[in-house]
Design a protein around this ligand. Structure first.
Ligand code: AMP
Ligand code: MG
Length: 274
């Protein structure tokens, strides 16, 4: 790949199909955006354009964008939000983290809390984890009956179709890191006093289940990458490359949505401000 790939090239490089094998997908992709300086410059440009288009989307108020971020512990979900939307003011952007369901959430179907968090028209919604946990951690840790989990893939595809039909563009990114990279990042959380707050001993339990999680992710990609809401698997061992890739896709998506400032029914010159 050349060192300044187009947004279309980048998107094609991270698209996955129904036969995707996660173990064969490189978590670095040094060939894609090889030059860090150029990638960082591109990220800055993309973030600025995302801000402009977000303003129009907000003004237009007829459609929404939902960005789903999935990935195992330390894969960089928080860092992505910070980097890609760092130019975008808080107005019109809502980030929703999905943790272990509360008692009230558990008393409803698993999509209840998710549907409530879908961005309203004009907004960009970002899911930090998502309904996909209900076929990931729920599967690996047997939190629901196997047949119920099996049904969820189809339910999720239908749910996302419903959102798309109703004016929500759905972008799904899986942040893909290697086992070695996770080890480094977890160690960092022990070593760096500014990162210790992120330490969670239960992450080690999940790390022991690495292979089970990889298998659950692969099945999720295969079963829920649809034409209306495809998955993109982002090589995430290098944070700067991960950020540049995601910003490129978000920007291209907003450009394709092409939101417009709404026309007004009056003439500005009719008003005089004394
Ligand atoms: P974090 O993203 O590090 O704040 O951790 C959130 C935790 O909540 C993760 O360990 C997830 O696996 C867990 N979690 C998120 N959604 C669900 C769910 N639907 N069922 C069970 N656990 C969940
Ligand atoms: Mg965890």
């Amino acid at each position: 790949m050349n060192d300044k790939p187009s947004a279309t090239d980048i998107d094609a490089a991270i698209a996955v199909g129904a036969k995707v094998k996660l173990a064969t997908l490189d978590t670095r992709r040094d060939d894609l955006l090889p030059d860090r300086k150029k990638a960082e410059k591109q990220l800055a440009e993309d973030a600025a354009v995302i801000n402009t288009l977000q303003d129009r989307l907000f003004a237009e108020r007829t459609r929404a964008l939902l960005v789903v971020l999935q990935g195992i512990d330390t894969s960089g979900k928080d860092g992505t939000v910070r980097a890609v939307f760092n130019e975008t003011g808080p107005l019109g952007v809502v980030v929703t983290p999905f943790g272990r369901p509360t008692e009230e959430e558990l008393a409803h179907d698993y999509l209840w809390r998710v549907h409530r968090a879908v961005p309203r028209k004009g907004f960009i919604g970002i899911f930090n984890r998502s309904h996909y946990e209900d076929v990931l951690v729920a599967k690996v840790r047997n939190l629901a009956p196997a047949d119920a989990i099996e049904r969820r893939y189809g339910e999720i595809v239908a749910f996302e179709q419903h959102l798309v039909n109703n004016g929500v563009t759905v972008l799904k990114f899986m942040l893909h890191i290697s086992r070695d990279e996770q080890k480094k990042r977890l160690q960092d959380r022990l070593d760096d006093p500014a990162k210790r707050w992120k330490w969670n001993a239960s992450d080690l339990e999940d790390r022991k289940l690495w292979d089970d999680y990889q298998a659950a992710y692969e099945k999720m990609l295969r079963k829920t990458s649809s034409a209306h809401a495809p998955w993109r698997v982002v090589p995430a061992d290098r944070k700067w490359r991960r950020n540049a890739i995601i910003a490129s896709v978000v920007r291209a998506t907003l450009e394709a949505m092409n939101p417009q400032y709404p026309p007004v029914s009056w003439k500005p010159e009719e008003f005089v401000i004394e």
